[in-house]
Design a protein around this ligand. Structure first.
Ligand SMILES: [Zn+2]
Length: 365
């Protein structure tokens, strides 16, 4: 009886996004314009439509070097204050236009120092951009709250410094900390001092874990580092077996993740592109939602995946038959897991998410 969800309907739903990279969400025409403005000559093409397609193809190619090359270009044009401000402002506007009401957007400040900005200047430029973008979105009748996560690169040795930066800006828009980059050979425990510092400061962090690499990475992120959430966490399915009679048997780690309600920041299209899942229809999100893990749906890199949060939900809805109740469940999961004060989370759930979904359910019944 349920009405199939259209992309347009899903765009109108009040959504929450916890895992989105600033350098993975630029508009193709902005990449071209910034490259011209700063004299960046490395782009494969200066035609925005072709460039957008190139980003998707390079990320689809299955070759890690080509995927990483896409970030060389986006990070390459994000080295000046004005560029960072513009990219952040447009990010907030684009997410708001997609119906996102709360987002946590992350980036690695240490990657934006090539032209002489300091870490603090990078953070201030991005915060100013988000402020401008939130103001414009509100003026267009689509209010959005954007929090920032500061990411440290796991192959580098600056994580404590970045964690300190996150704490320094915690009262003006930075809501947490993260580590990202190649998992294999770079276990999260290498950055234990940064995580211990965050915990001593009563601050929040998530860790990219269980994307390319398996259970040990998830286990370290949770039990050694104390992560509040897992970036991806897809490989937790390696600890879940299908036993006889359609029953499911979970190992201790999977049970811990479910029992503790550890939020999983899943990014379906991105996981397919990097090979962490073989297709959307076979993405572990289907099983994990059934088992009621604290699953959330995210975009990761909107430019590289040619996607938006609404499109991710539309793909899941057609693969798994998800309806408004499922979408609301994912959304409330995400809002409950946000690094925002409890009363503010509750205000968004009761003031925007529940009424928004109730209205949509009624309008599309
Ligand atoms: Zn990510």
């Amino acid at each position: 009886m349920s009405h199939p969800l259209t992309l347009d309907d899903i765009r109108r739903a009040p959504k929450v996004l916890l895992h989105d990279h600033l350098d993975g969400g630029l508009r193709p025409d902005t990449v071209v314009e910034l490259a011209e403005a700063v004299g960046y000559t490395g782009l494969p093409t200066r035609d925005p439509a072709e460039l957008g397609a190139w980003f998707r193809d390079a990320s689809d190619s299955g070759a890690l070097e080509r995927y990483l090359e896409t970030f060389t270009h986006t990070v390459g044009v994000m080295q000046a204050r004005e560029a960072l401000e513009r990219v952040a402002a447009e990010c907030a506007e684009d997410l708001a236009a997609d119906g996102v009401v709360y987002a946590e957007v992350r980036y690695a400040p240490e990657q934006h120092l090539e032209q002489g900005l300091s870490l603090d200047e990078v953070v201030e430029a991005v915060l100013e951009g988000f402020r401008i973008g939130q103001e414009r979105a509100a003026a267009q009748g689509r209010p959005i709250i954007v929090g920032t996560l500061l990411t440290a690169m796991r192959h580098a040795a600056r994580s404590l410094e970045i964690a300190e930066l996150a704490v320094r800006y915690r009262d003006v828009g930075v809501v947490g900390f993260d580590i990202a980059g190649a998992e294999a050979g770079h276990p999260p425990t290498r950055h234990l001092d940064a995580f211990e510092y965050m915990r001593r400061e009563n601050a929040h962090f998530t860790i990219h874990a269980g994307e390319a690499f398996g259970l040990p990475s998830i286990w370290e992120a949770l039990q050694w580092c104390g992560a509040d959430r897992l970036g991806h966490g897809v490989r937790i399915v390696d600890d879940i077996d299908h036993a006889e009679g359609g029953k499911v048997r979970m190992g201790r780690l999977a049970r811990y993740v479910r029992d503790q309600r550890v939020p999983l920041e899943m990014c379906p299209s991105s996981n397919v592109q990097t090979g962490a899942a073989s297709s959307i229809a076979e993405h572990p999100i289907g099983l994990l939602r059934e088992l009621r893990f604290r699953v959330t749906v995210n975009t990761d890199n909107r430019l590289q995946s040619g996607t938006s949060l609404s499109e991710e939900f539309a793909k899941l809805s057609s693969a798994f038959g998800y309806d408004w109740d499922d979408l609301q469940w994912f959304t409330v999961n995400a809002m409950k897991s946000a690094f925002l004060p409890f009363d503010e989370r509750l205000a968004l759930i009761n003031g925007r998410i529940k009424p928004g979904f109730a209205q949509l359910k009624w309008a599309t019944r």
